[in-house]
Design a protein around this ligand. Structure first.
Ligand SMILES: [Ca+2]
Ligand SMILES: [Ca+2]
Length: 284
């Protein structure tokens, strides 16, 4: 049992998605998942609820990711490429609920969400490790990937109680912005809308109400030796190229020319220092 009390241990980030969602996306269509979820939500008598929210933590699952501006919610401070975060979906309700976390195709270029611990023995495929006890005995998390993006469908059970319901992993893949939307399924007879392949952006390819958008900004990693910690070993790499000039690669995810001016100097040292002793993940 981890901090959040999930029933299945945390797999390697990204493993669950890579290993499972691709194969299951072919067997379980987005339409089927959304329709099934909406049917269950209808039976459970719940629709979009104000009491659902997503919260972002560092990989230790305990430290909240700081906001860029304390007065502006959901827009987080810059994180280094490679940083693993945790998204917890919590509720103050004691009822069934259905919704989804969704990344558009464009956002998948920079960030990735993955779920934990699938249970192939369960009657319906579910990432059981992402379902926390408060979500109830029959909570489900399923994934679907298509041309529009990546969806993780979340469904709490009739015996859900207030508390943390779902936990998923997030990782910064490349420099740039990434937004993750939290949606609640809408109560409608027009249960599913077809995605528009010419418009990979909003809205998502299912009928839903937007609850929250988590906005991440990824910057070049200062962890030059990729041991998840920014410390003297990384400083030594920067110092070893001090005052050198060269042509920087703007696509490089670990570089010492942090401001991209083709020169290593005090400007890069200042940017390096911003992440001194920070980690991109928990201890390996
Ligand atoms: Ca390092
Ligand atoms: Ca520079």
């Amino acid at each position: 049992m981890g901090r959040w009390g999930q029933r299945v241990g945390r797999p390697t980030p990204g493993r669950a998605l890579c290993a499972r969602s691709g194969s299951h996306a072919g067997r379980i269509s987005l339409r089927a998942i959304a329709s099934f979820s909406l049917i269950l939500v209808g039976l459970l008598g719940s629709t979009v609820a104000a009491g659902i929210s997503a919260h972002v933590f560092l990989a230790d699952e305990a430290t909240p990711l700081a906001l860029a501006d304390p007065n502006v919610p959901n827009i987080y401070r810059d994180v280094m490429v490679g940083t693993r975060l945790v998204i917890a979906v919590t509720s103050d309700m004691a009822s069934g609920w259905g919704g989804a976390l969704w990344l558009s195709r464009a956002n998948l270029d920079t960030g990735i969400v993955s779920a934990r611990g699938d249970n192939p023995a369960y009657p319906f495929f579910s990432y059981e490790g992402s379902c926390l006890p408060a979500a109830g005995t029959n909570a489900l998390v399923t994934a679907a990937a298509d041309a529009s993006g990546l969806s993780f469908h979340l469904l709490s059970s009739w015996d859900a109680v207030p508390g943390p319901w779902f936990i998923l992993d997030y990782q910064a893949k490349a420099v740039g912005e990434c937004s993750v939307g939290l949606y609640g399924y809408a109560a409608s007879t027009d249960v599913v809308t077809e995605p528009n392949p010419d418009d990979p952006g909003d809205p998502p390819p299912f009928e839903a109400v937007l609850i929250q958008v988590l906005s991440f900004q990824h910057v070049v990693s200062r962890d030059c030796n990729a041991d998840t910690l920014v410390n003297f070993a990384d400083f030594a790499v920067l110092a070893g190229r001090w005052r050198q000039t060269f042509v920087s690669d703007p696509n490089e995810t670990m570089a010492v020319d942090l401001n991209g001016d083709d020169r290593i100097d005090v400007c890069d040292l200042v940017l390096f220092s911003d992440y001194w002793l920070e980690r991109t993940d928990v201890m390996p």
